[in-house]
Design a protein around this ligand. Sequence first.
Ligand code: MF3
Ligand code: CO
Length: 258
Amino acid sequence: MAKIILKNAQELDGMRAAGKVAANIRMRLAKEIAPGISTRELDLFARDLIDKEGARSAFINYPGPRGVPPYPGYTCISVNEEVVHGIPGDRKIRLGDIVSIDVGVVYDGFIGDNAMTVPVGVSDLKILELIRVSEQSLMNGIAKAVAGNRLTDISHAIESTVIPFGFGVVRDFVGHGVGRNMHEPPQIYNFGPPGRGPLLKEGMTLAIEPMVNLGTHEVETLSDGWTVVTEDRKYSVHVEHTVAVHDGEPEILTLPDA
Ligand code: MF3
Ligand code: CO
């Protein structure tokens, strides 16, 4: 595996600033989600927020896999059965939806990457549990992002939080190192045995991002080449923080101000 890039004190300050911008925009965007608004309207709202902060979207024009055009949105907005990489468009939010917003920005040369899933008038307790358990899996994963642990201690903590509830942990997409580039080594699986992979060190910055399905863990990509959906079309949740590894407590870089 390629070498994980360690950040010095100055670079960590850059990551803190980018993380704060990404988190504040994520929260502002979350508050705009309501029945009747289209995902394109949400994306353009986010574009304006990113602009006002003097940042850039880390997603727009991101190269696709072979034969797939670059990513066309400023953010990813994934509704219900959409897992990740939902392309903003004409789809309108309805009561009972869950809306995953993924916001990645470049700010002063560093990237902040974060996501959350917002329920819109959801009364189904199983779906609210899916969101709660996914958020808990993220926090339990983050708790393992400490110098001296190994990478897959994070992966295992995420999976073992989810499994007792019978939900499906997506295996085809991963978290990642993050810094001056959105995707740095290592890849961070959301499942698997603990105690494997590289040792975590002070100054590593990681985007940890579990994707958890109500039903099967199997996913497929739609013909647009980006939108990932659950194979059974049941709901899916995506939550993400950018985190710095320290000798002591992990530091979540994508906490909003308010
Ligand atoms: N948070 C996602 C990731 O880490 C968003 C990438 S969308 C893309 O991969 F369009 F930029 F690829
Ligand atoms: Co990410």
